[in-house]
Structure formats: C-alpha cells, structure tokens
Design a binder for this molecule. Structure first.
Ligand code: PLP
Length: 398
C-alpha cells in the first residue's frame, strides 16, 4: 500500500465518521453516561438527548418522532420488521413478497421463514435491477401479509419504484417494509408520501458510528383494521416502547442524529456533486477500457454508486491490485465479499457467473474529491491491462 495516498472508494460498505460526528459522540461518551431510563438528573439528561435525536432523525424522512425505534444496526431493524410482522400476523396469512436482489439482512430472515412454513415470492428484476410493479401486483394473494422491497440496492445502486410499491401495498392493505440502509441520508425519502409502514436505516452508512440503526414503525405499530401489526422479537426491559429492549446507546444515537443533521444540510449539493463524479467515471471507463460494461440502471441509481464489469478478469484481483495502488474498492456487498460465490444480485440482472466475477463496485462519499477520481482513473487501466495479460480467460478468447 502506498502510504502517502490512500483513496477510499468503498463508501457503500461503510463510511468514515464525519469529524463533527466524532466530536459529538465523544462529548456524550464523556458527559451523557446516564441510563436514559433512570429517574435521576444524569439519566434525565440522557433521556433529553434521546428525545432530541429521535426528533432530528425522524425529520429526515418526514416521520413522527415516536415512530423511530433505535436498534443496534440495519440488520437488526430488518430482522425486527420481518420476524415482528410475520409472527404477529401468522393467523392472517403466511405469504411474503420480496425481490431477488435484497441484502442478506432481508434475504436470510426470509429464507429462515420458509423453513418455518411461510411462503416467500422472490420477484425477478430486469437487466437494470428494477422490479416490475405488475409482477408485484400479480404476486399478491389473500394470504400476503408483508411486502419487503429495498429502497436502493447496495451492489448496483438501482433505486426501486418505492412510491408505486407503497401505493400497491396500501391498495391491497398489506404491510410495506423497505430496507433503506443505502438510501437513507443520500436521497430524499418521505414515509407518508410513499406509504412506507416500516423502514430500516443504519448510521454507519452516512458518516455516523457503527452499531446504531433505526426501524421506523408507522403509527407506533397500530394500523386500522389490523390493530397491532408488529411484535418484538427480543424480550427484556421496556426500552423503545417494549419493541427493542436493552440499555439505549445514547452517545451513538446522538452521533447518528448529528450525522443526519449534516446529511440534511448537504444532501442537495452532494447529490449533484456525486452524480457528476459518478457519471464522469462511468463514461470514461466505458469509452476507454474495452470489454467493460455498466451494471445497474444508467440514471435511476444512487448518486454514489458505480458498478462495472470487466471481461476476462476477477473482481477480487482488481480490488487487490487497486489496494496496492492505494485505492479501496469492492467487488459488491462488503458482507458477502469474503465468499467466492457469484453475487445473487448480478446473477438476478442476467449476468453469467463468469461475467459477475469480473465486477467492481466503486462507491463515492462526501469526502471523495475530483483529484481522487482522477487518480483512480489514472491507475485503473493499468490494473485491468496487467490482469488481462495474465488472465487464462483472455488467452482462451484470443
Ligand atoms: N441492508 C443493506 C441494503 C445494506 O447495504 C446493509 C449493509 O451493508 C445492511 C442492510 C446491514 O446494515 P448493518 O451493517 O447496519 O447491519
């Protein structure tokens, strides 16, 4: 690794904490050590910080303060949404609809539910990673109790038609959960306008601390005609209105709120800036590196996501060679990049296994500069060329 320069282009895996967030978290680790459930003044102070943080975080998605429930992660929020709704409503039905490109934090709980007698429809996606809302409507049965569709995909950045999905869920009176971990703080979200009942998000994707997430639960879990539509999956103390017991991580949550405050302020500017850099990278690579192709939608994608395929070579080798040049990238989801199985997302958009192995995800962030991009574009062609020279796959073709 080149010590003088290290460029971080893996912001979809996790982001570095904003220095202002670090400062905020540190203040609260020092000063707000009370248990937010305690009656004494130190506890009450922690309670106040919690209330204020809930308010700030809710405002980002036009939610009510009391509909925000703190969790330890996006994964935990997804699990509470999925197991909490299905276990509460198993008398109503046993059918769930999702997509074939969900993050493992949604896909694996649903696979577990299949072993417990639930039926899950994994909707296909088109070559861009978009679901067809007609397929969704056709999949609905009298037994459907939950639709769980991600807001934006973590590997290819495709943004799903969430408002249309919410309208369909509302029309058929089905609970709608969206895993918004990649979209939260990056693009505008309005839970009322989009008829979202449950939404998961995670602080570490928007320059906040790791180990803090939220689950938004519409109307504190009460729905007309359903009554209580979700129940807890863990039992303990009465924290988070009995939905998520455990002493609340007030310093981490205060950091999450700070990260949200900054994201709100920066979002319009950042969307423009990152979209411009994203499109510059995509255009340059497609024009200058032969046998390269774009994965995901050309425009309906997160401003910070680039996912490109390079024929005849392995994504893992590109990542390692770029790392040696001082650039951090990824082959796809950080959580699955240790596995050498082809990405289920890339297979779902129609790539052959050998094509999916040659994919590279580059994810930009608020601290990415034009100079970083130019450095990356200077190094990448050499890496690709070098790897293709030694590639047995390339030799087979030649
Ligand atoms: N959902 C999506 C779409 C993600 O990208 C991730 C993280 O990569 C998660 C869920 C899991 O979030 P966390 O790391 O907070 O558990």
């Amino acid at each position: 690794m080149n010590d003088s320069k290290y460029i971080y282009l893996d912001n979809a895996a996790t982001t570095p904490m904003d220095p202002k967030v670090i400062e905020e978290v540190n203040i609260h680790f020092r000063e707000t050590y009370g248990n937010s459930s305690s009656l004494h003044s130190v506890g009450q102070k922690a309670g106040q910080i919690l209330l204020k943080s809930r308010e700030t975080i809710a405002s980002l998605i036009n939610a009510k303060r009391d509909d925000i429930y703190f969790t330890s992660s996006g994964t935990e929020a997804d699990n509470i949404a999925i197991f909490g709704v299905t276990s509460k409503n198993k008398e109503r039905g046993n059918h769930i609809i999702t997509t074939s490109i969900e993050h493992h934090a949604v896909e694996n709980p649903l696979k577990e539910l299949e072993t417990r007698g639930f039926k899950v429809t994994f909707l296909p996606v088109d070559k861009y990673g978009l679901i067809n809302t007609k397929d969704l409507e056709n999949a609905i049965t009298k037994k459907t109790i939950l639709i769980s569709i991600m807001y934006a995909n973590n590997e290819i950045g495709t943004i799903e038609p969430i408002k249309e999905i919410g309208a369909i869920a509302k029309k058929h009176d089905i609970i709608f959960h969206t895993d918004a971990v990649q979209a939260f703080g990056k693009i505008p979200i309005d839970v009322y306008d989009m008829n979202i009942d449950l939404l998961s998000a995670s602080a570490h994707k928007l320059y906040g601390p790791k180990g803090v997430g939220i689950l938004y639960i519409y109307n504190k879990g009460i729905r007309n005609g359903w009554g209580k539509y979700i129940e807890p999956i863990m039992y303990g103390g009465g924290h988070e209105k009995n939905m998520r017991p455990s002493t609340v991580n007030v310093p981490g949550i205060a950091g999450f709120a700070k990260a949200v405050e900054i994201a709100k302020e920066e979002m319009p500017k950042e969307i423009q800036r990152e979209t411009k850099m994203r499109d510059k990278i995509i255009t340059w690579i497609l024009e200058n590196i032969e046998d390269s192709f774009l994965n995901g939608h050309p425009t309906q994608r997160l401003p910070n996501n680039i996912n490109l395929g390079f024929k005849y070579i392995e994504g893992e080798s590109i990542v390692l060679d770029l790392d040696a040049e001082g650039i951090a990238t990824s082959t796809g989801s950080a959580c699955s990049s240790e596995s050498l199985e082809p990405s289920h997302v890339l297979l779902a958009i129609g790539l052959k296994p050998e094509e999916s192995h040659g994919s590279l995800r580059v994810s930009l962030g608020r601290f990415t500069t034009e100079e970083d991009i130019d450095y990356f574009l200077e190094k990448l062609p050499h890496v690709i060329e070098r790897l293709r020279e030694i590639s047995p796959l390339k030799k087979e073709v030649n």
